[in-house]
Design a binder for this molecule. Structure first.
Ligand SMILES: C[S@@+](CC[C@H](N)C(=O)[O-])C[C@H]1O[C@@H](n2cnc3c(N)ncnc32)[C@H](O)[C@@H]1O
Length: 287
């Protein structure tokens, strides 16, 4: 025994991460309307930044249910095509259903990992990615791949989250799990949602991948919930990690955890509802 942590096979980690997203898809579909209502400002900012024109080919990466790209799909018609991609088949199945619901006819769906984008070199005019890159094991490779598929002069617009301290909507459940002794650390294992929270670091990452003129800015959001119960349900839908721990609890442990979450939410009660602050980062650059 050397005491050194054992090096894990990156492909094993990737398979685990993918499995978690596969199992998240149903919850994301269930919570889609609420999430999209609260985060529409981010989708709009990303779509505006790529300046979509009729006839263009736009690629969305880590699209989830696909809503951000679907906004662009309308703007590139007639003649344009959205390529909506995700690494998880179950997410993509939900995105296909959503596109059908919206009556979109100019969307191609493709399974694609951020690290190996199955699209030809310089084939797309613009790339959108909302809350995806931080979940890739190799973000540098993901951004180099993004630049490769963009035509020279094409734009990328991506969103990450600002630091955990500015996003209580997302941190309260983990703090409650930690305080209840149900998890060992305040951060989960593997790539996490706050990993690209530094604006200067994000610009440097884009520059290192060969992009020009990287720019970033913060965008404030509010997640509204009727009460702590609604917040609990929404968190179980969107966070597979939280839902997996809750599924192991007995009634007493769950009641205790609910109390801890409610206590974390209390400072955000406004006019009979909860208004949880959030801050996203928007980054844009040119290939
Ligand atoms: C936080 S969700 C964001 C979904 C969507 N973009 C949105 O804003 O609602 C992250 C998405 O990234 C996908 N994802 C995670 N790692 C990925 C990877 N390495 N390659 C491609 N997609 C990935 C997940 O399947 C999931 O759909």
């Amino acid at each position: 025994m050397t005491g050194e942590p054992e090096e894990r096979d990156p492909d094993e980690i990737r398979a685990e991460l993918r499995d978690r997203w596969e199992r998240s898809a149903e919850g994301w579909r269930a919570g889609n309307r609420r999430l999209q209502a609260a985060t529409m400002g981010v989708s709009r900012a990303l779509v505006e930044a790529i300046e979509p024109q009729p006839g263009q080919r736009v690629l969305e990466l880590a699209a989830g249910i696909g809503e951000t790209g679907f906004l662009a799909a309308e703007l590139i018609a007639p003649g344009g095509t959205l390529i909506s991609t995700d690494g998880a088949e179950a997410m993509q199945a939900q995105a296909k259903e959503r596109a059908a619901e919206l009556g979109l006819r100019n969307v191609e769906f493709k399974l694609a990992d951020l690290e190996w984008i199955d699209v030809g070199t310089a084939e797309v005019d613009a790339v959108l990615c909302r809350w995806g890159y931080m979940f890739a094991l190799d973000r540098e490779a993901s951004l180099r791949e993004t630049r490769r598929v963009l035509r020279p002069g094409g734009h990328v617009a991506l969103a990450t989250w600002a630091a955990a301290a500015r996003n209580p909507w997302a941190t309260i459940p983990r703090v409650a799990l930690y305080d209840a002794g149900l998890v060992d650390t305040l951060e989960g294992s593997g790539p996490g949602m706050f990993d690209l929270a530094d604006e200067a670091g994000l610009r440097e990452l884009l520059q290192d991948a060969g992009f020009f003129d990287p720019e970033t800015h913060a965008l404030e959001l509010t997640f509204p919930y009727a009460d702590a119960g609604a917040y609990w349900d929404a968190t179980r839908e969107l966070s597979r990690g939280f839902a997996d721990v809750v599924a192991t609890l007995d009634a007493r442990q769950e009641a205790d955890l609910r109390e801890r979450v409610a206590a974390g939410l209390a400072p955000y009660a406004v006019d009979g509802e909860l208004r949880l602050p959030a801050v996203a980062l928007i980054a844009t650059a040119t290939a």
